[in-house]
Ligand binder design. Structure first.
Ligand code: SAM
Length: 361
């Protein structure tokens, strides 16, 4: 990895002073959701406060807690949890770290913010995006939010290391436990209308209520603020093949190939707690962003730019996939099976970058 540039100036205030009092930075804290946000994305029938502790969405915690995921992310991506970016036509996926930094740079460019901007990084994981954009964008404050305490613990260690080595200023990047479905009432300390940019890389796949998440982002942004995120979408049009009664895809309208892709996709998304992506058809996020009030909504298909890494993961998955299929151990080898299935269904889904702006007035 290229060395970080030295800090330009010392921090003049702490994060708590600048964003308001947040929860204690102890990753074992639980977060309290508002009464109308429960883990199923529906209104709580009792209106009682629920604890959205890191165990609230079991599939997500199962996925990030399992040994296969922990080893794979650590060994293959040094803890980052997003795809790398390659110029179109690249075959060789190495070096992986350069590709990861290039994807982080794509996010920075997409945000297109002036130095001095304040940025929220939702679903920050181990903090790779937050740290990159803070230093390369010369942002005085990037606040990462995540529901998985173990990721935040690692993010804090990485941030401290960066500060010690002079790559970041004290307080330039901080992370907190929190749920992006409930940014303001769950004790995160985040205030409305104070953020120039919001990013969310490969995390809205896990949203249980994408509409609610978008409206939280909208409320967090200043007028004119930018929202930029990367995620998956399935290549079935949002408005063509939905049942009016339940919003589900009408499978009778699909081609045999589309039905096959949908079957594989649903298994991957349901098993890994990715309800957001399960319901992200072509055009869904654009529609929901506009409904939330955003303008200048754009989507760019980056599938060919992440293909060398997807192909490399598919190669690595071949043996464990065969083993899992033979002994019916698909769930135990979830990462391998999902990487295999995704690559085999290439073209039936896409990896995209969405961007949108909150109107200036
Ligand atoms: C695939 S990882 C991406 C991490 C990071 N953005 C990166 O690119 O390295 C998705 C992250 O989203 C977090 N997450 C899932 N649902 C969330 C929610 N409702 N609120 C905040 N974070 C969430 C998970 O804990 C996980 O760390």
């Amino acid at each position: 990895m290229a060395p970080y540039p030295p800090p330009q100036e010392a921090a003049t205030s702490t994060l708590a002073e600048r964003v308001g009092k947040g929860p204690d930075q102890n990753p074992n804290d639980t977060i309290t959701t508002s009464p109308n946000c429960n883990p199923n994305g529906q209104e709580s029938p009792t209106g009682k406060k629920t604890q959205a502790s890191p165990t609230a969405i079991p599939e997500i915690q199962w996925y990030y807690g399992k040994h296969e995921s922990r080893i794979a992310y650590w060994l293959l991506l040094s803890g980052a949890k997003h795809f790398g970016y390659y110029p179109r036509g690249t075959f060789n996926p190495f070096p992986i770290t350069s590709a990861l930094r290039r994807m982080e740079n794509e996010i920075l460019q997409c945000l297109s913010l002036a130095p001095g901007s304040r940025v929220l990084d939702l679903g920050c994981g181990e903090g790779h995006i937050s740290r990159y954009i803070a230093r390369e964008g010369s942002f005085p404050l990037v606040l990462g939010l995540d529901i998985t305490a173990s990721h935040l613990a690692k993010a804090r260690r990485a941030i401290s290391g960066d500060v010690l080595r002079g790559f970041l200023r004290q307080g330039q990047v901080e992370v907190r436990l929190g749920d992006y479905h409930d940014l303001f009432t769950s004790g995160t300390g985040i205030k409305m209308g104070e953020w120039d940019g919001v990013t969310a890389v490969e995390t809205l796949a896990h949203a249980v209520d994408t509409k609610l998440a978008f409206s939280e982002v909208y409320r967090a942004l200043k007028p004119g603020g930018r929202f930029c995120f990367n995620d998956y979408r399935i290549g079935i049009p949002d408005d063509v093949v939905r049942n009016e009664s339940d919003g589900e895809v009408d499978e009778k309208e699909l081609s045999p190939q589309q039905r096959k892709t949908l079957k594989a996709w649903r298994w991957v998304m349901r098993t890994g707690g990715m309800k957001g992506s399960e319901y992200s058809y072509a055009g869904t996020y654009e529609r929901l962003l506009k409904e939330a009030g955003f303008v200048d909504v754009k989507v760019v298909d980056l599938s060919e730019n992440m293909r060398p890494m997807a192909r490399w993961f598919w190669i690595l998955s071949l043996l464990p996939y065969a083993f899992a299929k033979l002994f019916r151990l698909e769930k135990a080898f979830y990462n391998s099976v999902s990487m295999y299935e995704q690559y085999v269904e290439w073209g039936g889904w896409a990896y995209c970058q969405w961007s949108a702006t909150k109107p200036a007035t």
